[in-house]
Design a protein around this ligand. Structure first.
Ligand code: SAH
Length: 216
């Protein structure tokens, strides 16, 4: 059984975090948070031996658990502070959700694939991670829970959804990969006032697409 977090896993994880640091992520709070999350418990059993490779892997419904470097990079850009109210679009395995919770955020997470919505709860529950889960279309955000201090999108959108910008608090930050299937740019948007946004670009990435509607 691989349901525990052994010394071997901890050792492999430490090496993974060191390699992510070498690739340029410098926020030690983010790296420490990732150092506490047992990634192998978020992966399909067929890939479990690769959990501490810095790679994306398949999960259910044709989706992927993001590459650790990408998780670190997005989380660093998000500048999460303790007690921030964070909206995450694309729960997937729940791995990124756990990292946000380790940073002390209150996390609202949305997934459009029913199977993954269920799997993520199975992954996070036993580890005592307690986000607020939603099954739905993240394109809509969560209007009744707005505003959010931070919004993180872990799937690629051809353009930044206006509804998400609307649900950001003033001073809030949105991080989203923008582009089509051929690749995306990482975008960080700071909401300076109701209709004034500061946008910056942060390199190229490859995500599964943000899709409209939900899937049973
Ligand atoms: N953070 C996750 C990444 C999963 S991949 C992890 O590391 O495991 C991106 C996820 O976004 C997929 O699970 C996909 O189903 C989901 N997704 C795509 N479009 C969505 C939408 N409109 N609303 C909510 N989730 C969406």
């Amino acid at each position: 059984m691989e349901q525990e977090d052994s010394f071997r896993h901890k050792g492999l994880r430490k090496k993974l975090i060191d390699s992510v640091r070498l690739k340029g992520v410098s926020n030690e709070d983010v790296l420490e948070a990732m150092g506490r999350v047992p990634r192998h418990l978020f992966m399909d059993s067929s890939f479990i031996n690769f959990s501490y490779n810095d790679k994306a892997f398949p999960i259910a419904s044709g989706q992927t658990i993001s590459q650790p470097y990408t998780v670190a990079f997005q989380t660093e850009l998000l500048e999460v502070k303790k007690h921030h109210k964070v909206l995450e679009i694309g729960t997937g395995s729940g791995y990124q959700t756990a990292v946000l919770l380790e940073l002390g955020a209150r996390v609202y997470t949305i997934e459009r694939q029913r199977q993954l919505f269920l799997d993520a709860q199975k992954n996070l529950g036993p580890l005592n991670y307690k986000p607020i889960f939603f099954y739905g279309d993240g394109y809509e955000g969560l209007p009744s829970y707005q505003p959010f201090d931070r919004i993180l999108v872990t799937a690629a959108a051809p353009e930044i959804p206006q509804l998400l910008l609307n649900q950001l608090a003033i001073g809030g930050v949105l991080v989203i990969p923008e582009g089509g299937r051929e690749g995306q740019k990482m975008i960080r948007v700071v909401k300076e006032s109701t209709d004034n946004f500061q946008r910056s670009e942060h390199g190229h990435f490859s995500f599964v697409p943000l899709l409209k509607g939900k899937n049973n």
